[in-house]
Design a protein. Structure first.
Length: 48
């Protein structure tokens, strides 16, 4: 539960960064962060 909550909060922060950034490189970094966060969420589901 706690790990899921932390992932959710990280996701919100990543979305905030994405909405505030206005250059292509930063947008690409945000997409990569979202991909990695999805992998982390899958790992959490495997652990629980």
């Amino acid at each position: 539960k706690k790990l899921g909550f932390i992932c959710q909060e990280i996701g919100r922060e990543v979305n905030t960064i994405g909405s505030k950034s206005n250059n292509a490189e930063m947008q690409q970094q945000v997409v990569q962060m979202k991909d990695e966060l999805e992998k982390i969420k899958e790992q959490i589901l495997n652990v629980l």
